[in-house]
Write a protein that binds this ligand. Structure first.
Ligand SMILES: [Zn+2]
Ligand SMILES: [Zn+2]
Length: 775
């Protein structure tokens, strides 16, 4: 008999809740080794015993034949003492404890096998809305703590029936140790109520009643995976208009859920690079080009040429769309699915909370009794037509809590994020964990959500920060929170300028450690000189942490402060005032019809500088040009003016406005010349589409020339691009190409949004480096 060897493997990464242990069991059986596998706080610990050859092939299989959702971060192997008389291979009970290095998986869209189960009459899970297996289903949203085992999830209160238990215990079954495993006999149930909470129907009858009500134009709140959706028939103008009215959301685009890719193609032109996003396991909302005339209500996304579409990602969605189609909704069954919240509040979570908060919004409530422990909105992705890569607009469900892998390990740092589109980030070793999108910190509900996420992430990552990095802005809620946490934890709090954080975020995502020229094309953030920054050319060195403001956009005043952000006509008039234009000439100002009185007061405000802070913001420049073009005078959601300007472009136009550099200290990019040229053109009756296009191209040229000038001066060839304006697909597609033509190497976001959703990552990674430098 040949000599027996025993090896111990410790595997970390995304290896729990993804069918990893059954996979280990299967390859152990295939290689005829004995031993054990155990989920522990250090990772998955595997011990295998067999001949040298058996143990070696087992090791190969372990890395080569991974299940689809598993992601190994580290694999450590060491010999250990053989165990006498061991027979068979055993899956041990999980052990918890500190020092955790296992990643909880993000939530995963229903797999084809489970879809077949729910679609097959006679299957015991036929039309069961909570069907899942080790390859799919809820993860992050139902996990209270680690290790990821049923008692730690919101499935703890659903003891499995004998049939489910048998699946759960059978290593050869697709549901072996599927923690959320359930069936109609033992698992969660749905029911339908009116806004008062009176039950109208249960189970399948509830879904049928809901589908019929939706087909009749009613509005419903539907409890989903990471929160509630407000739902209505996307084909019904009346229903969509009513949803907009109740949600106080007059114009902002709404997302639509369709049954399959074929249905999506009826409404949108789907390019190949968008398909894997639509059909993959993450299932974000994808902004795809609208197919005109739109086969659903035009009220869904009136401002843009794009439509937010997504495919069902839970069995409940699949069943609901299927039933809605049968209820004879419309030709292409499509449901509006928008976050169940009032504008700017976080998405609703619990049944009672939903009835209380959404009672005015919905006619019907589809509830269920599986608790959502961690609220997570739908993610939103655009595909960059030039690179085929994603531009994330919102990173949440399907992504969180996945880490960003960093160039170097370091101590744990908390980046507390900005005010709007807020996220927080905790680092651990060489990984950074950005939270899901948290939202607008200006309201109390969001603050509570933020604290929940912070506690939860510290718990599941088993970390405590040694340093907190916050924004410079003293009035941000996240700044106050950072100071409070710093005191509680007795750790230092350091401030980092908003746009410097933007650039550090892109660098971290690219694991890039050399100095770069950073273009932060953003809304607004407090600058180091006390003015409001937002169109910045920076030198950033991620090693030494030095940075320098090389240049900025022309200053424009914001007459009325916040009011100017909501009423872009004020910024347009302020930009004209900077150019010495104080009254309409050949071109009548489009805002005078609506705001003539207010407009008359502006010159006085501007001359005296009363409540008119100066800004170099790129976003506000877009606002000014959009308002000058008459596209909008007052906006109802953030970014609306820029979205309208992007849409307005006549893509056949090739002319570009001048946008030269102007020597000063620091240098400025004379973006006011773009406004002057637009005014000239408009005065001569040049169509708005031409003006919008010449503006975009002029800005791209100006930015490229500026980057090139500093590249030559500083001998730096990489240009990092970040900021909310990079959500604009024209810039996202054409600016990197223009930089490349100039011999520069662009770095763009890969895992996080270019908007303020990336700030906390930049802060945290900057802080890690700061601690290493000051060791
Ligand atoms: Zn499945
Ligand atoms: Zn069951």
């Amino acid at each position: 008999m040949s000599l027996l060897l025993r090896h111990r493997f410790i595997v970390t990464g995304q290896v729990q809740g993804v069918g990893f242990r059954p996979f280990v069991y299967r390859i152990a059986a295939a290689n005829a080794v004995t031993g054990t596998v155990n989920n522990s706080s250090q990772g998955v610990i595997i011990e295998v015993q067999g001949t040298a050859e058996q143990v070696e092939t087992f090791g190969f299989d372990l890395t080569d034949k991974l299940p689809p959702l598993a992601r190994v971060v580290s694999l450590h192997a060491e010999p250990t003492d053989p165990v006498a008389d061991e027979s068979g291979f055993t899956i041990l009970k999980s052990t918890g404890g500190a020092g955790h290095s296992v990643l909880i998986s993000a939530d995963v869209a229903t797999c084809p096998d489970c879809m077949a189960d729910i679609a097959t009459p006679g299957n015991r899970r036929h039309r069961y809305p909570f069907t899942n297996c080790t390859n799919c289903g809820p993860r992050y949203t139902i996990t209270r703590s680690i290790p990821y085992d049923r008692p730690m999830t919101s499935m703890a209160c659903f003891p499995q029936c004998p049939q489910c238990q048998a699946e759960y215990d059978d290593p050869m079954d697709r549901r072996f140790h599927a923690q959320p495993n359930a069936c109609p006999a033992c698992g969660p149930q749905v029911w339908l109520t009116d806004p008062a909470g009176t039950t109208l129907a249960r189970g399948d009858e509830a879904i049928r009643m809901l589908a019929e009500a939706l087909a009749q134009g009613r509005l419903a709140a539907v409890k989903g995976l990471g929160g509630f959706h407000l739902v209505c028939d996307a084909a019904s103008d009346k229903a969509v208009a009513e949803l907009r009215r109740r949600k106080h959301r007059p114009d902002k685009p709404l997302a639509v859920m369709l049954a399959d890719l074929e249905a999506v193609r009826q409404l949108a032109v789907v390019v190949p690079a968008e398909e894997p996003w639509l059909t993959g396991i993450r299932r974000p909302i994808v902004l795809a080009a609208k197919r005109e005339p739109l086969a659903v209500s035009p009220l869904i996304a009136p401002d843009t040429n794009f439509l937010g579409v997504m495919l069902p990602y839970t069995p409940l969605h699949h069943i609901l769309l299927d039933t809605f189609a049968q209820a004879g909704g419309s030709e292409i069954p499509a449901l509006v699915m928008t976050s169940g919240n009032l504008s700017s509040e976080p998405i609703a979570l619990g049944n009672r909370e939903a009835l209380a908060r959404l009672g005015e919004l919905a006619d019907l409530f589809l509830l269920h009794d599986r608790d959502i422990l961690i609220r997570t909105d739908d993610s939103v992705v655009r595909v960059n037509p030039a690179s085929g890569g994603p531009v994330l607009l919102r990173r949440a469900r399907g992504f969180a809590p996945e880490p960003v892998f960093l160039a170097e390990p370091g101590p744990t740092v908390l980046g507390t994020g900005p005010e709007l589109k807020c996220t927080l980030t905790l680092t651990k070793g060489d990984q950074a964990f950005p939270s899901q999108h948290i939202g607008n910190m200006a309201n109390l509900e969001t603050l509570a959500f933020y604290r929940e996420i912070l506690d939860h992430m510290q718990d599941i990552l088993r970390v405590r920060p040694e340093l907190i990095v916050r924004d410079l802005h003293p009035d941000y809620m996240t700044s106050a929170l950072a100071e409070e946490l710093g005191q509680t934890l007795d750790i230092p709090v350091i401030k980092l300028q908003h746009h410097v954080a933007h650039i550090h975020a892109v660098l971290a995502e690219n694991k890039f450690t050399d100095p770069v020229i950073g273009l932060a094309l953003d809304g607004t953030g407090l600058g180091e000189d006390g003015t409001i920054w937002g169109g910045e050319c920076l030198m950033v060195d991620p090693e030494s942490l030095e940075h320098q403001r090389l240049a900025h956009f022309s200053h424009i005043r914001l007459p009325g402060g916040e009011a100017a952000v909501r009423q872009p006509w004020r910024i347009a008039q302020a930009a004209l005032w900077e150019l010495g234009v104080t009254a309409p000439g050949a071109y009548p100002w489009p805002w005078l019809a609506q705001f003539e009185q207010e407009s008359a007061f502006l010159p006085q405000m501007l001359t005296r500088g009363v409540n008119s802070p100066r800004t170099s913001s790129c976003g506000r420049l877009f606002d000014a040009v959009a308002a000058l073009c008459g596209l909008t005078s007052a906006i109802s959601y953030e970014g609306q003016a820029a979205i309208l300007l992007e849409k307005a472009q006549d893509m056949t136009e090739t002319g570009a406005y001048p946008c030269p550099l102007k020597s000063a200290d620091p240098v400025s990019l004379n973006t006011l010349e773009l406004v002057a040229a637009a005014l000239d053109d408009l005065g001569q009756g040049v169509p708005v589409g031409t003006v919008a296009r010449r503006f975009h191209l002029g800005l791209i040229n100006g930015l490229t020339e500026m980057a090139f000038a500093f590249s030559t001066l500083l001998d730096i060839h990489h240009v990092a691009l970040s900021g909310g304006v990079m959500q604009n697909l024209t810039l996202a597609a054409e600016l990197p190409r223009a930089l490349e033509r100039a011999g520069l190497i662009p770095l763009v976001h890969r895992h996080l949004p270019p908007n303020d959703g990336c700030i906390s990552l930049g802060q945290a990674v900057w802080g890690q480096r700061y601690l290493r430098l000051h060791e």
